[in-house]
Design a protein. Structure first.
Length: 204
């Protein structure tokens, strides 16, 4: 009688131990799935942050090249020679009747393109920067176009909103409107930023 009772107790305890083991395995599986999902979300967020940071660095690089080109035009207006021709590359003369394919390609290319452009490597954000956290994958580049003589209001097309043909006037004293297009990568070649502006300066 006592032996039979002990056997039933042992069998019941063994079944309970089996149920606990199955439940523990199920909970362990659920925790593993949750951990994998959380790590996947963290990796996605890390990539998003990295992409945003690369975009910001590309913006800084393009802006730096833009300011460098403006400084070049400003110093040119004070006597440093800069010649604008149809073939560039120092400066391109804009002509609406004969579009410049090199400049058009530079302005519209979806990826990286430096053909016909001037390299800007005088800034802090360059490919050779010692600060690896802000190093660009390529040096920024820019293109300068002479849109013609700046005209006052009521005397023809306003160059700031677009020029239809080169202006005319005393090129040694009149201010010209220059269109500057700057292009920069981020920390890798997958991020490219293009910034464009106009700048008035006295022609040589």
């Amino acid at each position: 009688m006592r032996t039979s009772s002990m056997r039933r107790f042992t069998a019941t305890r063994g079944r309970q131990g089996g149920v606990v083991l199955v439940l523990a395995l199920i909970f362990l599986l659920l925790m593993t799935v949750l951990a994998i999902a959380a790590s996947g979300t963290s990796l996605i967020q890390l990539r998003l942050v990295g992409g945003l940071r690369s975009s910001q660095i590309a913006d800084f690089g393009a802006e730096s090249a833009l300011r460098g080109a403006e400084w070049k035009l400003w110093t040119a207006s004070n006597g440093t020679p800069m010649t604008c021709t149809s073939s560039g590359p120092d400066c391109y003369m804009y002509d609406a009747t004969t579009p410049n394919t090199t400049v058009d390609a530079f302005r519209a290319a979806p990826g990286w393109l430096a053909t016909g452009a001037t390299t800007y490597a005088a800034g802090v954000l360059t490919a050779a920067s010692s600060d690896k956290s802000f190093r660009l994958s390529k040096d920024p580049v820019y293109v300068i176009e002479d849109l013609g003589v700046e005209l006052p209001s009521g005397f023809g097309s306003q160059h700031e909103s677009g020029q239809t043909a080169p202006g005319t006037g005393n090129t040694s004293t009149d201010s010209h409107i220059y269109r500057i297009t700057a292009r920069s990568t981020g920390s890798n070649d997958n991020t490219v930023r293009v910034i464009e502006t106009t700048f008035a300066a006295k022609a040589n």
